[in-house]
Structures are given as C-alpha cells and as structure tokens.
Design a binder for this molecule. Structure first.
Ligand code: NAP
Length: 505
C-alpha cells in the first residue's frame, strides 16, 4: 500500500506522519454517516448553523500557530501568506454565518391562493433546502481557504449539508490538523457526528463521487482532474452536480492611453500579480496585451527588469513543478517568442523554479501559446496601438474563456465596446487593477465560462451557498407543515409575497 506523505517543497524532504489511503468500504461507511449527519444538520435552524460556523472559526483562530507551521512545511508558502489565508478562511466561515442570519439566500417566496387571469391558483410557498452530503476536493494551492476549512466546506455546512473532504495529497497534515480542530469544536457545540469527514488517496475521491449518498461535488484543481471526476460521475445511476474550478488564463488588456499614463506602474504591478504565491493562483494573469511603441516598451522594460530581479519561486509539488518546467520550455521554443528569466540561480533542492516573462508580437501569437502555465510566468503580446479592437478580437479568439479579464484604461478614456467583449469571455472584469486577490463578499463572482468552470455559480462569496441547495415548493400546505421561513407570521428575512419583495423586520 502506498501511503500519502507530504514533501517539504523547499527542501524535498518527506514529511511524517504518512496517511493511509481510505479504502472503498471505508468511503462507503463515511458517506452513509454523512447522509445521517446531513439529515440532522438540515433540521437545525439557520441560527444554530451560524453558531456552528462561528465556533469552528474561533477554534481555527486559536490554533493559528500550528496550522501555519504545518501548512508552511507542506506547501512552501511563507508564513505571512498563510496567516493571511487563515484570516480569510475564518472570515469566510463567519461571513457564511452572516449569510445565514440575513436569510435572503433561501429565496423565500409566497404566492397566496387566489384568482388569476388564467384561473384559480393554489397557495404556493417556495424556498431552497439543503441538497445533501457534499464531497469537497481541496485545492493544492490554498491549503486552508479552498481546502478542508475552506469556502466549499463553509458554504456547504451553511446550506445544511454534511461535508466529506477528499484531502489534497500535497497537504495531508494541514488537512488532518484543521479537521481535528473543527470536529472537536463541532462536537463541543453539539453538532452531529460526521458533520465533517475526510478521505485520503486519489482513488478515494473517485469512490466518493460515485457513492449514491453524495449529492454534490465541489472541486478546485486541474482541467484534467475535473474531467476525470466528471467522467466518473457520468457513470452514476443518479446524476449529481459537479462544481469545478478548473483552469484560467485571465487576460489583461492595456490600452495605448493607459500605457502612456501608467507604463511603469502597470509593468511592475503585472509582475507582482503573476509572481504572487509563486504564480500558483487560478486568477494569475497569464497573458497581457500591451501596445508596441515607446509607452508599451517602457511598460515591458519594467516587467523584464522586475522578473530578472525576482527570487526563485517554490512550487507546491513535484507534478506542478515539472508541469511548469515543461510549459515554460515549450513556450520559449515557439517561433518568435523571447523570454526573460530571473537571474538568480534556483536552489536545486525541493521544487524551485525561476519566474519568467515571455514576449511575442500579435501577428506571431497562436492558440498554442495560450495554454495555462501554473506558476510565475506570463506572456506579453504586443499589438499595434492603432488597432486595439482588432487586437482584442484576435487575442480572445485564440484564448479559452477565463475566470477573469482585466482592462487598464486611461483616466478619461471610455472603452465600453472592449468591456462588453471581455465580459462575454469571463466571470469577473477588473478595471485598472489585477485579478489576483478574490475578496469574500456578497457581490463576488469566482466562476466563469468553460473551461474556467463548468458551472453557472461562484465558489467564493455569498451565493456560493446556492450550489448546495435545491428549490422546494409546498402547495396548499397547512402552516404547521411549513418551515418557519414560509409561515404567514414570519418576518425575519426578506421574502417575496405575491410578487412583491418584503424587507425583513
Ligand atoms: P489536480 O491534479 O486536478 O488535483 C485536484 C484534486 O483532484 C486532488 O485531490 C487530486 O487527487 C484529485 N484528482 C486529480 N486527478 C484525479 C483523477 N484522475 N481521479 C480522481 N481524482 C483526481 O489539481 P492540482 O493538484 O491543484 O494541480 C494543479 C493544477 O490545477 C494547476 O495546473 C491548475 O491548472 C489547476 N488549478 C486550478 C485552480 C482553479 O481554481 N481554477 C486552482 C488550483 C489549481 P490527489 O491529491 O490524490 O492527486
């Protein structure tokens, strides 16, 4: 049996303990228990579930030091980044507690019985109810915020669904530690056993998505991994939703006026964005459209200088490191592509790589150059400044759609047509900034057209909870059978009654 042990990517040293892969019968038993826990969670009030999330957040905050130390050794991320990620993680748990208290996520809607132009209408009362146990696949690049204690878990628990998390093989120790902290807190709070469970090993993920008790899947990872799990799900008797955050190029467009006004600022901001977290972010800007000419040259010169001075970066694991080496080698071998590589030699221990910035003229740009390179690299595509609209068309037609698209414009410039084009290819459009950094908020959308995701929902922000809910309408139900949010005298959440939105009192 091959055990799952993390490797310190800074040194290449194996870390202990190693974890035993969860067998198929064990996954089955875990899923049965999750179904029992889900039924009990669904019966709890919104306030009770909000309290559970807040309790888990407090417990994680109290164990900040060991969590950060363990995650640093398994991912190679610095402790500042991991402290910030843990703060985001516990913020996210508390944020979903707020979402529960506010209550509009239920979409509570009442149509009272009456006559209509098409005839008599029965009393109809609709709201969203928990979907059932959710399988969560933790992300390699966010051991906390998109893993065991992360956004998928927080939104599923908030919805009233038990969670079975398939641990990412890069950070099993961090996952286990967070699990132990969260389950101890949940148990002390009075949560049902198996509110949260873990499985280890690639096969366990497959068994999990095939288990009939699992009713939805949250996934953050590669396009290949996502497709393999989707393929497995297609073999199920009962189809279930698979919400995959997959792969994204995140184009950036710099207009000639923006380059004229802010060349240096944009050049350095771009490099800072694509080297953050060693470029291992799904929102990393992978391609930037920059004008030719003096202003664009200034921007590109700053970017080249920043990359040549950049420190070597540590990659999360051997596979991601090897993929980066392969991707950058292939891109630099493409015709007419030039490259600047960080000057400082990379440490040969562990998974160190060198940041790189590539450059090509738009006429030589091909869709082959648009494959995602997960890591600290980006491609600058140069276009003629008198041809911005055509350049954007050419770039977008060669790129797969993305989570984000970014535009840098001049102070008094209007580019509505361009923004409309970018909007049709991405889930979030950023003005005069950078796509990295995804705020947890009510209006957030972290999702986008295929292949960035396969879903119409966000995985970050308040409406991420929608993924783990299903609509249910009660027809002519006596008051005593209704959830309290649909009863006549309930006024604590916003509701639509006979077509009119009523505020909470
Ligand atoms: P990954 O290789 O797809 O792994 C993600 C999860 O899926 C892991 O738990 C993995 O299990 C599992 N898995 C992968 N292939 C599987 C298969 N064939 N059958 C069953 N389970 C499978 O993703 P990663 O490790 O994070 O690799 C990095 C890549 O993911 C990057 O290249 C990037 O493109 C993408 N990524 C995207 C986002 C995003 O939000 N869009 C975020 C992070 C990463 P094991 O752990 O057991 O291998």
């Amino acid at each position: 049996m091959i055990c799952i042990a993390a490797v310190d990517p800074r040194t290449g040293q194996r870390l202990y303990p190693a974890y035993v892969p969860t067998t198929e019968p064990e996954v089955r038993a875990i899923a049965v228990n999750a179904a029992e826990a889900s039924s009990r969670l669904a019966a709890k009030s919104r306030q009770w579930r909000a309290g559970l999330l807040e309790t888990m957040a407090t417990a994680l905050d109290e164990e900040r030091a060991p969590i950060v130390t363990t995650a640093a050794s398994e991912t190679g991320f610095g402790s500042d980044k991991l402290h910030a990620e843990l703060a985001r993680t516990t913020f996210q748990l508390r944020f979903f507690a707020d979402v529960l208290h506010e209550g509009s996520y239920l979409e509570a809607t009442i149509d009272r019985a009456g006559d209509t132009a098409m005839g008599p209408r029965p009393d109809l009362r609709r709201m969203l109810v928990p979907i059932g146990p959710v399988a969560v696949f933790g992300a390699s690049n966010f051991p906390l915020a998109f893993s065991v204690p992360g956004g998928d878990t927080a939104s599923a628990l908030a919805a009233g669904c038990a969670v079975v998390a398939k641990v990412h093989s890069s950070h099993p120790g961090t996952s286990m530690l967070c699990y132990e902290i969260m389950t101890a807190a949940a148990s002390a709070y009075g949560a049902p056993p198996s509110t949260l469970a873990l499985t280890f090993g690639t096969d366990s993920g497959r068994h999990l998505v095939l288990d009939p008790h699992i009713k939805a899947v949250g996934f953050t990872g590669s396009l290949g991994g996502g497709k393999a799990l989707l393929e497995a799900i297609s073999q199920r008797e009962e189809p279930i939703p698979f919400y995959g955050e997959l792969s994204s190029i995140n184009p950036v467009v710099v207009t000639p006026v923006a380059a004229h006004e802010r060349a240096e600022e944009i050049g350095s901001g771009l490099v800072s964005s694509f080297t953050t977290a060693s470029g291992q972010l799904c929102t990393k800007p992978g391609i930037a459209l920059v004008p030719t000419g003096e202003d664009g040259d200034r921007l590109v010169a700053i970017a080249h200088e920043a990359v040549s001075k950049a420190d070597p970066a540590v990659m999360l694991n051997a596979r991601i490191c090897a993929d980066y080496q392969t991707g950058t080698r292939q891109l630099s071998g493409e015709p007419h592509v030039s490259v600047t590589v960080a000057a400082q030699a990379a440490n040969s221990n562990g998974y160190h790589v060198l940041p790189q910035v590539f450059e090509v003229e738009l006429d030589d740009f091909t869709s082959k150059m648009s494959e995602e390179i997960f890591g600290p690299a980006a491609l600058v595509v140069r276009y003629s400044p008198d041809n911005l609209q055509d350049a954007v068309d050419a770039m977008l037609s060669a790129l797969p759609d993305s989570l984000t698209a970014t535009i840098h414009t001049g102070k008094n410039e209007s580019q509505s047509e361009l923004v409309a084009k970018l909007s049709s290819h991405a889930g979030r459009v950023i003005f005069n900034g950078y796509p990295t950094g995804v705020a947890v908020a009510w209006a957030q959308n972290h999702g986008g057209p295929w292949p960035s995701t396969n879903s119409l929902h966000t995985s970050v922000g308040a409406t991420a909870i929608r993924r783990f809910l299903r609509p249910l309408t009660f027809q002519n139900a006596p008051q005593s059978y209704l959830p309290e949010e649909l009863r006549d005298d309930f006024t604590e959440i916003p509701r639509r009654i006979d077509g009119v939105l009523h505020r909470a009192h």
